[in-house]
Structure formats: structure tokens, C-alpha cells
Design a protein around this ligand. Structure first.
Ligand SMILES: [Zn+2]
Length: 99
């Protein structure tokens, strides 16, 4: 969504899903998690906090309806793109267990 559409007045920063980089790793993974054949932009894609793009998201809370929104800014070569997704708790996939 364009920044102009982001309802900043009612959105409060509530935290982040961004993770610390493991030592020796240059950047967070761009790997996605789609066990059921969904895609990056599928409405029913899992919210897998260990995977892209959720590992780069900040969490916002809406003061109007108490919904939670994940916001992520993509930096492309020639563009900056803000992406947001309403949180459906049933879609959240908990941190993967250590192997
Ligand atoms: Zn709301």
C-alpha cells in the first residue's frame, strides 16, 4: 500500500518480528514458508514468523478496532514499497522448533 493510505493516526507501534542476525550471516532469510502451496501474496498464506517477509515486519495495533497489522517495507532497486497485512491469529505459524 502507498504510504498515503497508511492510517498513521490510528496505528500504534506495538513491536517487531525482526530478528537478530545470527553471527556470520549477512542478512535475514528470504526463504518463504508455504507448506500448502500458497504464495507470498495469498490471502491464506501462513504467517510464519521465521520466514520472509514476516521476519522483517513491524507490528502495529489499530486504536479504532484493536486489530493488529504487520507492516513491512520492501526496498527494491528503484522503489520503496510498503506492504501491510491484517493479522489473523489462526494463520500464525509459531517459531519453528530447533532441529
Ligand atoms: Zn482497525
Amino acid at each position: 500500500m502507498p504510504d498515503a493510505r497508511w492510517p498513521a493516526a490510528q496505528m500504534q507501534a506495538a513491536g517487531t518480528l525482526r530478528q537478530e542476525l545470527p553471527e556470520g550471516q549477512m542478512e535475514l532469510t528470504f526463504e518463504e514458508f508455504h507448506p500448502n502451496g500458497t504464495r507470498y501474496d495469498s490471502p491464506n498464506a501462513p504467517i510464519a514468523v521465521d520466514y520472509f517477509p514476516y521476519n522483517r515486519c513491524d507490528v502495529f495495533k489499530c486504536s479504532t478496532c484493536q486489530c493488529a497489522v504487520l507492516k513491512y517495507t520492501e526496498y527494491g532497486g528503484y522503489y520503496v514499497d510498503t506492504r501491510a497485512r491484517l493479522v489473523d491469529p489462526e494463520m500464525i505459524v509459531a517459531r519453528s522448533a530447533e532441529a
